[in-house]
Ligand binder design. Sequence first.
Ligand SMILES: C[S@@+](CC[C@H](N)C(=O)[O-])C[C@H]1O[C@@H](n2cnc3c(N)ncnc32)[C@H](O)[C@@H]1O
Length: 271
Amino acid sequence: MTVNDETHWTNKETRDAWNANAAFWDEKMGEGNDFVNLLQWPAILRLLDPKAGQYILDIATGNGLTSRRLASLGAQVEAFDFSSKLIKLAKAKPNPESRITFRILDATDESALLSLGEHTFDSALCNMGLFDMADIETLFHALPKLLKPGAIFVFTLTHPAFNNASCVHVAEERDDQGEIKTVFSVKISRYMSPHLLHGLAIRGQPKPQLYFERPLQYYFNLAFQSGFVLDGFEECAFPAGAAQKNPLSWGGNYSEIPPVVAVRCRLSAAS
Ligand SMILES: C[S@@+](CC[C@H](N)C(=O)[O-])C[C@H]1O[C@@H](n2cnc3c(N)ncnc32)[C@H](O)[C@@H]1O
C-alpha cells in the first residue's frame, strides 16, 4: 500500500507536532494520568490479558509508559513510535532486564512494519494512538502478517461519539422538583464523516496537533476487512466522585458519558 499526498503531508505535520510536544508530553504524562490509570489501563488488562513471556507489539508507544507496564508483568515488548524525540525519552527511562526494544518506525510505512517480523507477536496494543495517525489502513493490513494466527489486537480511542474534536462541554442548571441541580453534558456536532481538526492533547502544549476523527464503523469495518473479528468492547467512564481538574473537564461530573473506548479484535486461528 502507498499513502497519498494528503496523508503524506498530514503525517509529516503530525510527526513535527509530536516532536515539538515530546518533552512537554513526557513531563505531564510521566507514567500515566487519570485517563491512563482509571480508564485505559484497567480495560487494557481485561482485554489484552498480558502474560509473562509473551511477545507484545506496542504501537505508537509515545514515552513508552504502556511498554514499561507490560514489561513489569514479564512480557517482552517491541515498541515503536515515529517521533524520534519521544523514542529518545522512552529509551532514557529504566528498562529492567532489557525487556523492551524501542525503535523509531512510522505506522504508515508497510515495509517498515513488516520488517518487525512476520507472525511473531502474541498480541498487539495501540493505546490512544489510532486517532493520531494520518492513515490506519496500512497498519490494519499489516497486523495480520505480524501477529500469530488467532492473536489479538487491542486498541483504545477517545470515544468517537462522545469525545471527538468537535465536543463542547456544557454545564446547565435545572429545577429538579424544587432542587436546583447542575447538569453536565457534551454537545457533538460532527461524527459520521472522517475529518481532520487541530486540537490539544494536553492544555498548554507547545503546538496543536491534528486529530483524525473517524466514526466507530470506520474502525470496525477496517478491522473486519483485514481479517479480524471484534470480540471485546468496553466504554470507559470516570466513576462518580472522581477528581475534577475543573467542573467541565472529564471526571466524576461526567460519570454517565464515556470519554474512552477499548476494543479487542481477534484474528481467526486459520488466518
Ligand atoms: C496520544 S499519544 C499516545 C502515546 C502512548 N501510546 C501512550 O499511551 O501514552 C499518540 C502517539 O501516536 C504517535 N503516532 C502518530 N502517528 C504515528 C505514526 N504514523 N507512526 C507511529 N507513531 C505515530 C505519536 O508520535 C504519539 O506518540
